[in-house]
Design a protein around this ligand. Structure first.
Ligand code: NAD
Length: 288
C-alpha cells in the first residue's frame, strides 16, 4: 500500500463475513500500481447496522464502497439513486459517493459477462442458461438481457423467492425484448434440453462450494465444445462443474474472472481508471 497521508481517500467493503475477502488485496494493489492515493478496508456489517454504516460513509466522505452478502438488497433503502441496471436487478454491490449523493451500481453481472466474452463467447445473440436466481444469478441474467442475449432460461429450486423471480423476469423481458423463462431446477428433462441447446451456461447456485463440492447441477454428456461454461463459485477454483466442462471440451470460465472484472468496473466508477487486471490475476489469484 502506498504511504497513507491526510489526503488518502478511503474505500470500504460492507458485509459479513468479510475477513477472507480478496477485495482489499485486489484494490490496494491496483491503487498502488495506478498511483491512486486511496486505501481499501473491510468492515463487518450486517443488515442490522447497515444504516449506521452508510451514515458513517457519508459523514466520513468515503470515495465509495462495496456491499456484499448479506447486505446487497438491504442497501437499496439507504441510497439516493440507482443505475438503470441496479434498479432492474434489485441489488447493489458498488456505491459511489458523488457530491454527497449515494448512487448504487451493480457490477457483478457485467463482471461475469466480461469474463465470458474474454474467453471468446459473445453475449449478444447467445442462448443463455443461468442456474440460480439469487444475488449473483439475478445480476447475470439481467445484464445478459441488457447486453442483447437471444434467449435466457433461468432455473431455480422452488424456494420462497420463486414467484418473485418470475415477475422480475417478466419485467426484464418487457424492458429489453429478450425472451426469458423461469423453470424448476428439479425438472431434469427440461434442464438437460436447455443446457444442450445453450451457447453459454452459468451456474450461480451454491452447488460446487463446500459442503456441495462434489456435486454438479448438470451431467458431462450435456456439455460440448464451443459452449462456454461458467461457475460463479471460485473456492474451489475448479468446481465439479468446471471439471466436467473441461472433460467435455467446453470453454471453462472460472468464477475468479467475475470477481476480477466486477472490481475493475467498480474502480472505473469510483476513480475513472482501468484496473491492471493482469497484474492482479498474477499476484492476487496465484494462491487463490
Ligand atoms: P444467494 O444466497 O443470493 O443465492 C443462492 C442461489 O443458490 C439461489 O438461487 C438458491 O436457490 C441456490 N441454491 C442454494 N443451495 C442450493 C442447492 N443445494 N441446490 C440448488 N440451488 C441452490 O447467493 P449469491 O450471492 O447469488 O451467490 C451464489 C454463488 O455465487 C455463491 O456460491 C457465491 O460464492 C458466488 N458468487 C461469486 C461471485 C464472484 O465474483 N465470482 C460474486 C457473487 C457470488
Amino acid at each position: 500500500m502506498s504511504q497513507i497521508s491526510g489526503h488518502t481517500k478511503l474505500v470500504m467493503l460492507f458485509g459479513s463475513p468479510v475477513e477472507h475477502s480478496l477485495s482489499p488485496a485486489m484494490h490496494n494493489l491496483s491503487f498502488e500500481n495506478l498511483g491512486i492515493d486511496a486505501a481499501y478496508l473491510v468492515a463487518d456489517v450486517t443488515p442490522d447496522n447497515l444504516e449506521a454504516a452508510v451514515a458513517s460513509a457519508r459523514a466520513l466522505g468515503l470515495a465509495g464502497f462495496n456491499v456484499t452478502m448479506p447486505c446487497k438488497t438491504h442497501i437499496l433503502a439507504y441510497l439516493d439513486g440507482l443505475s438503470p441496471a441496479a434498479e432492474l436487478m434489485g441489488a447493489v454491490n458498488t456505491v459511489a459517493l458523488n457530491e454527497g449523493k449515494l448512487i448504487g451500481h451493480n457490477t457483478d453481472g457485467a463482471g461475469a459477462l466480461m469474463s465470458i466474452e474474454e474467453a471468446g463467447n459473445k453475449i449478444q445473440g447467445a442462448r443463455i442458461v443461468v442456474l440460480g436466481a439469487g444475488g449473483a444469478g439475478s445480476a447475470i441474467f439481467t445484464q445478459a438481457a441488457l447486453d442483447g442475449a437471444e434467449h435466457i432460461d433461468v432455473f431455480n429450486v422452488r424456494d420462497e423467492f420463486y414467484d418473485a423471480t418470475g415477475k422480475r423476469l417478466a419485467t426484464l423481458t418487457e424492458h429489453t425484448g429478450t425472451p426469458t423463462a423461469l423453470h424448476d431446477l428439479e425438472d431434469r428433462t427440461l434442464l438437460e434440453a436447455s443446457v444442450r441447446a445453450a451457447d453459454i451456461l452459468v451456474d450461480a447456485t451454491r452447488v460446487g462450494m463446500p459442503p456441495l463440492e462434489n456435486e454438479s447441477n448438470v451431467a458431462q454428456e450435456w456439455l460440448r465444445p464451443g459452449q462456454a461454461v461458467m461457475d460463479t463459485v471460485y473456492h474451489p477454483r475448479r468446481t465439479k462443474l468446471l471439471k466436467l466442462a473441461d472433460a467435455a471440451g467446453a470453454t471453462v470460465v472460472e468464477g475468479l474472472g467475475m470477481l476480477l472484472y466486477q472490481a475493475a468496473i467498480a474502480e472505473e466508477i469510483w476513480f475513472g481508471v482501468s484496473m491492471p487486471v493482469e497484474l492482479i490475476r498474477e499476484r492476487v489469484f496465484l494462491h487463490a
